[in-house]
Design a protein around this ligand. Structure first.
Ligand code: ATP
Length: 294
């Protein structure tokens, strides 16, 4: 169980994290969703005991993270956004080193994780691609079978196969009763793994909800391509939120379920549609007030 009580770390001029109070239970995958600079990494550094809170506290299994900072490496597995490694080592040597530092003997779990991710542990770390370094970071975060797993942008640099494998690995940790915290700027990545998501804006927790509830609130834009400009003009009379028109293409915004929107489309000759990639401030305009920076 991870607990936050009035946790505050201020770097001045409104930067940091402020008055966080919530819990993450055993067997829960909790998402920390926020744009750049919203405080995700600061929360991790407080959980890891790397930095001192200005006010309040956080704890892992009843132990205050600041007071028990020395014990935390054995309890917590951490994948930074851009993991760094001792370059002279091979992946296998790195896993052995991580295990020894955490006073564990077996590196089996690390080896199995690397195998499942398709990582060659005999390779020197200097020769690894960014994706392989991320895979080694994942194996290193799990090698000592920690109670709590902290993942900072875990899918960045991973291809689809590795993302799928990571989702499976995290599901298995959840089933074993571990608490997992998954921090990201991308909702889509988190929604297949997380049970609940906390939304951060400028260091404040603006909302906590389960993933299904957030899906219903998500505002998504699509570019619709009609068979002709005339069709597109006809479509503009419908009761939909139009964001832009360009010839036979119309951009619309839809909140929540798509189903009510489908009968409207059936009346027209639709040639294609494309989801517009949007930052979370736009997906959840309600929480971020439409601002493009956190
Ligand atoms: N050591 C520090 N000294 C001063 N300011 C800091 C420090 N660490 C973080 N900050 C500031 O605190 C705020 C939160 O930063 P943090 O790195 O936690 O955000 P983040 O959500 O992890 O961002 P990103 O998604 O870009 O990794 C930012 O405004 C950042 O500039």
């Amino acid at each position: 169980m991870i607990r936050f009580r009035n946790l505050t770390k201020s770097y001045g001029t409104g930067r940091g994290v402020f008055d966080l109070s919530f819990e993450i239970t055993d067997g829960e995958v909790f998402g920390l969703l926020g744009p750049e600079n919203s405080g995700k990494t600061t929360i991790f550094s407080l959980l890891l005991g790397f930095s001192t809170p200005g006010n309040g506290w956080c704890s892992v299994d009843g132990r205050n993270c600041h007071d028990h900072a020395k014990d935390l490496p054995c309890q917590i597995g951490y994948l930074p956004e851009q993991p760094e490694f001792p370059t002279a080592m091979t992946g296998l040597q790195y896993l052995r080193f991580q295990t020894a530092v955490r006073e564990r003997k077996s590196i089996e779990k690390g080896i199995r994780t690397a195998q499942r991710l398709g990582l060659n542990l005999e390779e020197k770390i200097t020769k690894l691609s960014p994706m392989d370094k991320k895979k080694l970071g994942i194996a290193g975060a799990l090698v000592h079978d920690p109670r709590v797993v902290l993942l900072d942008e875990p899918t960045r640099d991973l291809d689809q196969a590795a993302r799928h494998c990571l989702a499976e690995l995290i599901r298995e940790e959840k089933e074993k009763g571990k608490s997992v915290v998954w921090a990201s700027r991308e909702f889509e990545e988190m929604e297949r793994c997380c049970d609940r998501i906390g939304m951060l804006r400028r260091g404040n927790l603006v909302n906590i909800d389960d993933v299904a509830a957030l899906r219903r609130q998500k505002r998504q834009s699509y570019i619709l391509t009609f068979s002709s400009e005339q069709e597109a003009v006809g479509f503009l009379k419908e009761n939909v939120e139009v964001q832009g028109v360009c010839g036979s293409q119309v951009t619309v915004a839809v909140t929540g379920e798509l189903t009510p929107f489908l009968p409207v489309l059936e009346k027209y000759h639709l040639m294609g549609w494309e989801k517009v990639h949007q930052p979370i401030e736009v997906l959840f305009i309600h929480y971020y007030g439409g601002e493009i920076r956190g």
